[in-house]
Design a protein around this ligand. Structure first.
Ligand SMILES: Nc1ncnc2c1ncn2[C@@H]1O[C@H](COP(=O)(O)OP(=O)(O)O)[C@@H](O)[C@H]1O
Ligand SMILES: [Mg+2]
Length: 260
């Protein structure tokens, strides 16, 4: 079974950046294979990881919809999905990436979605870790991919609205009855003073604040030049602080990792 980590939060708060650096952390610390799933319709995890993407689950679903009557080579639809999904995985040296693409249209295509879900669960189970870059609405978590998450990282910026969005995700998780073992909050792009009232609200809502990440000019510089953020130097502010936050979870926070 894969150890599943999902990252969620309001748009622009740093989810994809944190996902990319989390993948690097897992690579360096545990040296185990990671499957990354980009489940944000604003898909750009590949840019942070520095890999190119040709196919998305959305485009595969469309293709199957067009050829629904005749699957190639007498394959069943589930076999075809499995084949296509395996082909859509971008294999990097340290991480494999699967991109969801845009969500399905208004017409329900539940049978296909269930088959996709099954094929993705099968794929994910082959990796020690699965890291999912989610959108705030958690649609993919509730409908497509597995509903079991070992660690949910909610990301917020330091704004009041960012924190409210984070707290809403926590409520959504409860409403959707997602099975999430542990939830933590990371507040990103801190500069200057931090408003004490926010802490109280976070505490009142029983959300564990894992820590805060500084505003890092190196991130801006790498972004401007189009250099993958996973290549940020080890001593950059964000890498330094984020890695120590992950360290503070302890190996246990990453499930031991199954006794290494
Ligand atoms: N700690 C930080 N310091 C400076 N810039 C950051 C930091 N975290 C994220 N950014 C920048 O903010 C923008 C949004 O980040 P991104 O990870 O794409 O957010 P999301 O995935 O939540 O939409 C990007 O341009 C990213 O480089
Ligand atoms: Mg993103």
């Amino acid at each position: 079974m894969s150890f599943i980590i999902a990252v969620a939060g309001k748009g622009g708060t740093g989810k994809t950046t944190i996902c990319g650096l989390l993948i690097r952390y897992i690579n360096e610390k545990f040296k185990k294979p990671v499957l990354a799933i980009d489940a944000d319709p604003n898909m750009n995890l590949n840019e942070v990881l520095g890999v190119k993407v040709d196919h998305t689950i959305g485009s595969i679903r469309e293709k199957v919809r067009e050829n629904d009557e005749n699957m190639p080579g007498g394959m069943s639809r589930i076999e075809y999905f499995q084949l296509m999904i395996n082909q859509a995985v971008v294999e990097g040296s340290k991480v494999d990436l699967l991109v969801m693409g845009r969500p399905e249209g208004s017409g329900c295509y539940c049978a296909a979605n269930n088959q996709i879900k099954k094929a993705m669960d099968d794929l994910s189970s082959k990796y020690a870790f699965t890291v999912i870059d989610n959108e705030a609405g958690m649609e993919h978590l509730s409908r497509h991919t597995t509903q079991n998450v070992d660690l949910l990282i909610i990301v917020s910026d330091s704004s009041w609205r960012g924190i409210q969005a984070g707290l809403r995700i926590k409520k959504l998780v409860e409403e959707l009855k997602l099975n999430i073992k542990k939830q933590v909050l990371i507040i990103n792009r801190i500069s200057g003073e931090y408003d004490k009232e926010y802490y109280e609200e976070i505490l009142e809502n029983n959300l564990l604040l894992l820590g805060m990440l500084p505003e890092d000019e190196k991130v801006t510089e790498y972004d401007k030049k189009g250099i993958p953020l996973t290549q940020l130097p080890e001593d950059s502010k964000i890498v330094n602080v984020l890695f120590s936050l992950f360290d503070s979870l302890g190996t246990k926070g990453f499930d031991g990792f199954r006794e290494l």
